[in-house]
Design a binder for this molecule. Structure first.
Ligand SMILES: CC(=O)N[C@H](C=O)[C@@H](O)[C@H](O)[C@H](O)COP(=O)(O)O
Ligand SMILES: C=C(OP(=O)(O)O)C(=O)O
Length: 377
């Protein structure tokens, strides 16, 4: 069904992804319970997040102290290690998902993880918002024969244009873009659902979905009526558990409500129209301040990085870093740089093409960020 949506053969159906992410608390049995619960709720797919920590983060980013009620370790690296499933555990989760007939996949948060997901033969690979400006990763993914779902949180429209251009250059049209706001939870007034139709008009050949981080289901229902045909929501068995994502996740009852709404929208024929107007959406869903804020039309045409997304961009946005020790005077080549979450941040990843061929005014050690200070004008 996903391919039918991606290849535009089916425009009146919705593919529902339960983002398990790291809400499994690092426990394989809990992950399996969540997969079963997502299946029972009516989801089409369960999704995890695959990282190779040394490829995703710099050493200093892994070594930084992580002081949070949601921390599973003393450092961010220990925290992430605790929540990361091994390749063997991934195989077990995939086998279990196959057994109960629900699609299984993950986001590829770095190149080794992308390679691993290709090896697993997942039905599609997700590129999360943290990598939407990671053009080398997207370029590599675009050259593979695997459908992609690419989120666009904490990015500007010019970055989204670049993604579409990379896919066009690779002659790859098996992908979808997700409207997303990377704030946990996203306040209704920042959900900016009008961007769904803006993206639909700007990229008429690309299916548009919605990866939501707001509380509850009504805004996501509005996203569907506005034109989103792939929906992703974080999923939890209990919102009160420890972990950064539980609060803005849907519990099994809410996920089931969402899945039922999709069936209801289909039977009322609301999905045969590619996109309903805000007024129609508000009238179908019964109105309310939350909906009006999420659908507010005054901010629909521009896509920029919102203030509410800045904490996530600074925590998980990717920077350009040295892939080996670099010397003052050297002209930067693609092989000299990598894209990682860095502490402190460096030049953000979307500037990748702009810094190639620039000269360094100072030495930069491997795994250290490239900053404006070390680039010649
Ligand atoms: C941008 C991005 O990757 N966001 C992901 C998907 O929405 C999140 O699940 C993060 O992995 C999570 O919020 C991180 O939490 P912590 O920092 O406590 O591990
Ligand atoms: C970060 C992710 O998703 P999104 O950007 O859609 O929230 C992800 O899927 O790993």
């Amino acid at each position: 069904m996903l391919l039918d949506i991606i290849e535009r053969r089916k425009q009146n159906d919705v593919y529902l992804i339960a983002e398990i992410g790291q809400n499994h608390q690092g426990c394989l049995e809990t992950a399996k319970k969540m997969i079963l619960s997502a299946k029972k709720a009516g989801c089409n797919c369960v999704k995890f997040q695959k990282s190779d920590l040394k490829a995703k983060f710099t050493r200093t980013a892994l070594d930084r102290r992580y002081i949070s009620d949601h921390a599973w370790g003393q450092t961010y690296g220990e925290h992430k290690e605790y929540l990361e499933f091994s390749k063997e555990q991934y195989r077990q989760l995939q086998a279990y998902s196959n057994e109960i007939k629900i699609d299984f996949t993950a986001s590829a948060m770095d190149e080794p993880s992308l390679d691993f997901l290709v090896e697993l033969k997942v039905p599609f690979i997700k590129i999360g918002s943290g990598d939407a400006n990671n053009f080398p990763l997207i370029k590599k993914a675009a050259g593979l024969n695997v459908p992609l779902i690419i989120s666009t949180g904490m990015q500007t429209m010019s970055t989204v244009d670049r993604i579409v251009e990379i896919m066009r250059q690779a002659s790859n049209n098996k992908y979808a873009l997700m409207h997303c706001v990377s704030a946990y939870p996203t306040p209704p007034e920042d959900c900016n659902l009008g961007l769904i139709t803006t993206l639909m008009r700007r990229y008429p050949n690309v299916p548009i979905g919605y990866s939501g981080h707001e509380l509850g289901v009504i805004i996501t229902k509005a996203a569907i009526l506005s034109g989103a045909r792939i929906i992703e929501r974080h999923f939890t068995l209990d919102k009160n558990q420890k972990g950064s994502d539980h609060r803005c996740s849907l519990d099994p009852n809410e996920m089931e409500t969402l899945a039922r709404s999709i069936v209801e929208f289909k039977s009322n024929d609301y999905l045969s129209c590619p996109s309903l107007t805000s007024a129609e959406v508000i009238s179908i869903l019964g109105g309310g301040k939350e909906l009006e804020q999420a659908l507010c039309e005054s901010k629909t045409n521009k896509k920029y990085i919102l203030e509410c997304e800045l904490p996530c961009r600074f925590k998980l946005g990717k920077s350009i870093v040295a892939s080996r020790n670099l010397l003052k005077g050297q002209i930067i080549q693609a092989a000299d740089i990598a894209i990682k979450v860095s502490e402190p941040s460096g030049i953000f990843a979307e500037k990748y093409f702009e810094i190639i061929n620039k000269q360094l005014t100072d030495n930069v050690n491997e795994d250290e960020p490239i900053t404006e200070h070390v680039l010649s004008a």
